[in-house]
Design a protein around this ligand. Structure first.
Ligand SMILES: [Zn+2]
Length: 131
């Protein structure tokens, strides 16, 4: 058997062939307007201060990194289908079923993004460390 045969079937793809990861793609913009505070855990349920071992470290521990991966996986999977539906039908006329699907998908993504922010805000509030 090859190594590929042992790859977990339900794992999130780490390397897409055509698009680089967002941290690389948006590095200058993220540096100018960071989403996290260096030395403050990016896991909203933690948010505690820590000393980064690497400049790119955003989580205080492996368990917080895993929680962050699970958070991104959960919300990413929720938004993947509407993102695809939106993009596939983006230029369809508004008075068609495909145009309506694009609008519904866009609204769903917006609502999911807002729900994600509310979930993170609630987790930060409950964590008590603040960020
Ligand atoms: Zn943490």
């Amino acid at each position: 058997m090859t190594a590929r045969a042992y790859a977990p079937a339900n794992a999130v793809a780490r390397h897409l062939v055509t698009v680089e990861d967002f941290k690389t793609y948006a590095a200058p913009a993220l540096e100018a307007a960071p989403l996290w505070v260096p030395g403050r855990c990016f896991n909203p349920a933690c948010g505690c201060a820590f000393t980064p071992a690497r400049s790119w470290q955003v989580y205080c521990s492996t368990s917080c990194e895993r929680a962050g991966t699970a958070e991104f996986r959960r919300w990413g999977h929720r938004m993947a289908l509407p993102l695809l539906a939106w993009r596939v039908n983006k230029y369809q006329p508004g008075d068609t079923a495909a145009g309506e699907l694009a609008r519904v998908a866009r609204r769903h993504v917006t609502e999911a993004q807002s729900a994600w922010l509310r979930e993170r805000a609630a987790a930060i509030e409950a964590a008590g460390c603040g960020s």
